[in-house]
Design a protein around this ligand. Structure first.
Ligand code: 5GP
Length: 193
């Protein structure tokens, strides 16, 4: 998405540890009009897949996943990063290391919300090493549901999580793929010299 690449160049702030700060439109202040266009782009890409649920991991994936679920007209299920007592014991869990917090979480979803009859589209804000995405794929596998693919707003291609998922045969569609972040600026996939 050209508009997203321009927004990242204008508003993105590189931080230590190869983290890109996009709190002006994606991670704290939310640019709803822009994220709705991103959601419509996910719809264009996955509209023929008979999606029944959008799945994301709390918290930063929720805004874009909510808008995407609204465009598809299906429920959003957001997976919790802790065991919530109101989910009871009927849950699927998987272990995920958080990229930005460098902590391990037992991610959890109620069995009522992921069924073997579901066709699921995973939506998230970022894809780095792929830990979050792999955890969500694991929950879908435990439920016996079908995975239609993964839609990502910003993939950091140099961290290889996305390419490893593609090598496994999973369809990963990212609206922008960053290949390099340096003092000279940001290079997107396809722009490398
Ligand atoms: P992964 O699990 O693929 O290594 O990392 C993806 C998750 O970590 C995303 O859900 C996102 O919340 C967070 N994350 C990874 N890299 C970045 C980054 O550069 N900036 C921000 N804001 N979040 C990131």
């Amino acid at each position: 998405m050209k508009e997203l690449e321009e927004k990242i160049r204008l508003e993105g702030k590189p931080l230590a540890g190869d983290v890109l700060n996009v709190t002006s439109f994606l991670n704290q202040q939310i640019d709803i009009a822009f994220l709705l266009r991103a959601a419509k782009e996910f719809y264009r890409l996955f509209q023929d897949e008979n999606i029944t649920k959008i799945l994301t991991l709390e918290a930063s994936g929720i805004p874009v996943a909510t808008l995407t679920a609204s465009v598809f007209g299906v429920p959003l299920v957001y997976v919790k990063k802790s065991r919530s007592s109101n989910l009871g014991s009927e849950v699927y869990t998987s272990r995920v290391r958080s990229y930005t917090q460098n902590r391990v979480f037992d991610i959890t979803v109620g069995k009522d919300y992921l069924k073997d009859s579901d066709t699921v589209l995973i939506i998230d804000d970022f894809l780095a090493n792929g830990a979050a995405a792999n955890g969500l794929v694991d929950l879908i596998r435990q439920a016996g549901a079908s995975l239609a693919g993964i839609g990502i707003v910003i993939e950091k291609g140099f961290q290889k999580g996305g390419d490893k998922l593609r090598e496994k045969g999973i369809r990963v569609e990212s609206l922008a793929i960053i290949e390099k972040i340096s003092e000279d600026g940001i290079v997107f996939r396809g722009e490398e010299s």
